[in-house]
Design a protein around this ligand. Structure first.
Ligand SMILES: Cc1cc2nc3c(=O)[nH]c(=O)nc-3n(C[C@H](O)[C@H](O)[C@H](O)COP(=O)(O)OP(=O)(O)OC[C@H]3O[C@@H](n4cnc5c(N)ncnc54)[C@H](O)[C@@H]3O)c2cc1C
Length: 422
């Protein structure tokens, strides 16, 4: 499956998510072309949700009412040079934003593994990249413009009361039409892949460069690959760096998938937006036939969390395509999995077999429970709602925010009701 082209790639409102495990239950699909049209649509609906690029794996955003894509709205990118911020349309893909920013000499501090996702959709679920000093993508958000349940336009920024509760909003507070994000000067990176890391060296490896991802398969205790995205002027890793060897040809994280889908490796310097994501815009990210789960635990618990998972490695390995280990810096956002916690993140790309995967997800969650794992809001998890609530100090505050901004429950979905009962 090859995905091609920029924004025109998705002229229709998707009927199912990217992975195909969720067929949207909406009774009507909409693609308004102006904010006024969108506002009328919202005001006239009793049950409605936005869909971004559909890269989530669960039903948090699946409504039985109206499903709306904002991709038909005018796509704008406005840089505020004085504030060091950019305001973009919520439906814009990170990859398209990155290209435009780069031509103006700017960058985002971090990106996810794929550039295909919409800004509003990614921020709503606290999507993240890797790097011990980098927050998730939502933590860079300085302002939002939303169409609220009554069709009004609401603008909020870091000075607004309860802003920290609104950014990772799970799509449940309103339709995000514009997002303001902090930018930094454009920069260059080199990407090196190193093979066969000893687990003892994991912490050092994860802290060794701008953004580091470690891939493993749970078939041996050793870690298969380290993807180091390092400043272009940082010297390359030495020949025997942390006991690893250098990959001598480009790699794909999923064995058997084409490396051409991935951003350049082997130390070739290039712009931030063509090195931070693992996957290239215009190509299939990851495997395409898959499910994903991901858990954030305190960074200090990394070694213990992996040791706990050793007990279920024999369950994980048969249903796994690849496991990725990353880090994310703490932030203040209420529903961010990184809320006040520097995090170690364990990601699983599973085979596309929900029945086989769900019991393993439950086993993983049970093993990680002592570390109070916070699951990725856009992926597959089975955490008990009360348990999940106990892991977020502002869970009750968010529930209040939900009912204040959406008293009639227009943006509520069955899964949202389960996790945030009215
Ligand atoms: C191959 C692959 C790789 C991935 N890699 C990463 C990764 O590196 N790091 C990571 O953290 N995650 C990763 N993800 C997960 C992905 O980033 C999240 O699921 C993200 O939310 C997807 O963005 P989207 O635009 O597709 O949103 P969707 O899945 O379309 O929507 C997500 C939620 O946002 C809401 N929403 C969408 N648009 C709006 C809007 N305009 N206003 C209000 N609410 C809105 C929806 O209602 C829904 O609740 C990956 C997913 C895939 C498929």
């Amino acid at each position: 499956m090859t995905e091609q082209g920029p924004q025109a790639a998705a002229p229709e409102v998707p009927r199912r998510n990217w992975a195909g495990n969720v067929r949207y239950a909406a009774r009507a699909f909409h693609r308004p072309t102006s904010t006024d049209e969108l506002r009328r649509l919202v005001a006239g609906s009793t049950r409605l949700r936005a869909v971004g690029s559909g890269h989530s794996f669960n039903r948090f955003g699946d409504t039985d009412g109206d499903l709306v894509s904002l991709a038909g709205l005018p796509q704008t990118v406005e840089v505020d040079h004085e504030r060091g911020q950019v305001t973009v349309s919520g439906a814009m893909r990170y990859g398209d934003l990155a290209r435009q920013l780069h031509t103006q000499g700017y960058a985002l501090a971090n990106l996810a593994s794929l550039p295909h996702i919409s800004v509003a959709g990614a921020v709503a679920t606290a999507t993240h990249g890797s790097g011990q000093t980098h927050g998730n993508l939502a933590s860079a958000v300085a302002g939002l413009e939303l169409v609220t349940a009554d069709g009004d336009l609401l603008r909020v920024d870091r000075d607004t009361d309860r802003f920290a509760g609104m950014v990772v909003g799970l799509g449940a507070l309103g339709l995000v039409t514009r997002v303001t994000v902090d930018v930094v000067p454009a920069f260059e990176l080199r990407q090196y892949v190193r093979l066969d890391l000893d687990r003892e060296a994991l912490d050092e490896a994860l802290g060794s460069a701008y953004s580091v991802s470690v891939f493993t398969d749970w078939r041996t205790p050793r870690l298969r690959e380290v993807w180091r995205k390092q400043a272009a002027d940082q010297p390359p890793p030495s020949a025997d760096w942390l006991g690893t060897t250098a990959a001598d040809e480009p790699r794909h994280p999923v064995l058997g998938m084409p490396p051409e889908n991935c951003t350049p490796q082997l130390g070739e310097p290039g712009p931030w937006h063509e090195r931070l994501p693992h996957f290239k815009l215009g190509f299939t990210p990851s495997s395409g036939d898959e499910l994903q789960s991901e858990y954030h635990v305190p960074r200090a618990a990394a070694a213990d969390a992996l040791a706990a998972l050793d007990d279920v490695a024999h369950l994980i390995a048969p249903v796994l395509l690849v496991c990725e280990l990353r880090t994310v810096a703490a932030d203040e956002l209420w529903l961010s999995p990184n809320h006040r916690r520097d995090s170690f993140v364990v990601h699983f790309t599973w085979i596309e077999d929900t029945a086989a995967v769900l019991p393993v997800v439950a086993a993983v969650e049970e093993r990680l429970a002592p570390f109070a794992p916070r699951p990725h809001w856009g992926k597959v998890f089975v955490t008990d709602p009360a348990e999940l609530a106990s892991r977020y100090p502002h869970y009750a505050d968010f529930t209040t925010l939900l009912s204040d901004l959406d008293p009639k429950g227009t943006f509520r979905t069955d899964v949202l009701d389960r996790y945030f009962p009215r």
